[in-house]
Design a protein around this ligand. Structure first.
Ligand code: HEM
Length: 293
């Protein structure tokens, strides 16, 4: 469900998360209903896992998934009567990790596949690398690190079509002057994550898709102050899943390219980049996968 019009955007800027309580329209009510639904389902899941781990705890920490780590700590605190984690916190962390960690990588990989379909010569170069480095073997840490072209492809997608480019919402804590912009305490601020990544002052032919720029030995970013290409944000709240995301995207692309020829769907007249929550290629059926023989 999309909330794309200026009305929703302005409402968000004015009321922030309270926008859904103030004169909610049909779409907003539907979103609230869905969010509530997710909360109820996740709550059930967490309570069920608490009961399961009470009965049979997982001993080996390496075998614990994220939820088990949290629940185990929750149960430990309960026996020690020092409860600082509550179920609400587990639920919030679950939602954060689930939403931050799944669609982001999926849309990045999807956009990479779109460019491979759009530029078959790039697809051949990527396939050649995958065959040379991995061949028919399984993907492992060592061969993943050697996929420099696949890595360059992902970097270029994160530069030009970062899925998370409008997710940086902040509240201004103090009045502040940033160059010629006056920021007032309490303002809601949306930072366009990729604004600097698509400037010619920082990248040659900045709006062109050119994954090979990342294969150059020299500095790719011109006039870099360290904050020009930051697809995973920067500072203390940067993305905690960035290394995992890059690994996942490499695995997805390598395995799919090895097995399938990726094609643009000729029935789709127009492919575009849209923003629901994340920036992604639309429509969903814009690609076709043809098994390689
Ligand atoms: C290509 C994939 C990804 C991109 C582009 C991406 C991008 C970002 C960005 C820009 C932020 C900062 C948001 C902000 O400051 O408001 C962020 C935060 C975060 N990301 Fe990612 N991310 C990706 C994958 C992942 C994965 C795979 C995980 C988890 C396994 C993850 C977990 C998180 C978490 C938990 C935060 C919040 C960190 C905090 O607020 O302290 N992300 N991500």
């Amino acid at each position: 469900m999309q909330l794309q019009s200026a009305y929703f955007f302005i409402k968000y800027l004015l009321f922030k998360e309270r926008m859904f309580e103030i004169f909610p329209c049909k779409k907003e009510k539907e979103i609230v209903r869905r969010v509530e639904n997710i909360r109820v389902k996740l709550n059930e899941l967490i309570l069920k896992r608490i009961e399961q781990l009470k009965e049979s705890p997982v001993k080996d920490q390496d075998k614990m998934v994220f939820l088990d780590l949290y629940v185990t700590e929750y149960l430990k605190q309960q026996t020690q009567k020092e409860q600082s984690i509550d179920i609400e916190e587990i639920l919030h962390q679950f939602i954060t990790l689930f939403f931050a960690g799944t669609d982001t990588t999926a849309t990045t990989s999807g956009t990479c596949l779109y460019y491979l379909a759009k530029y078959p010569e790039i697809q051949s170069e990527i396939l050649e690398e995958v065959r040379e480095v991995i061949g028919d073997a399984d993907v492992n840490e060592e061969n993943l690190n050697k996929l420099t072209k696949v890595n360059a492809l992902i970097q270029e997608v994160l530069r030009l079509r970062n899925p998370a480019f409008v997710t940086l919402f902040r509240t201004v804590k103090h009045d502040k002057q940033v160059q010629d912009i006056k920021l007032k305490k309490g303002w809601a601020l949306v930072q366009l994550q990729n604004a600097s990544s698509i400037q010619d002052s920082h990248f040659d032919d900045a709006t062109e898709f050119n994954y090979k720029r990342w294969l150059n030995k020299g500095n790719v970013v011109k006039n870099d102050n360290g904050y020009i290409h930051i697809p995973f944000a920067a500072g203390p709240r940067n993305c905690i899943g960035q290394h995992m995301a890059l690994m996942e995207a490499k695995v997805i692309i390598a395995l799919l390219v090895r097995k399938y020829k990726i094609l643009l769907n000729p029935d789709v007249q127009q492919v575009r980049f849209g923003v629901k929550f994340l920036q992604t290629v639309e429509p969903d059926n814009c690609l076709l996968f043809e098994k390689r023989i």
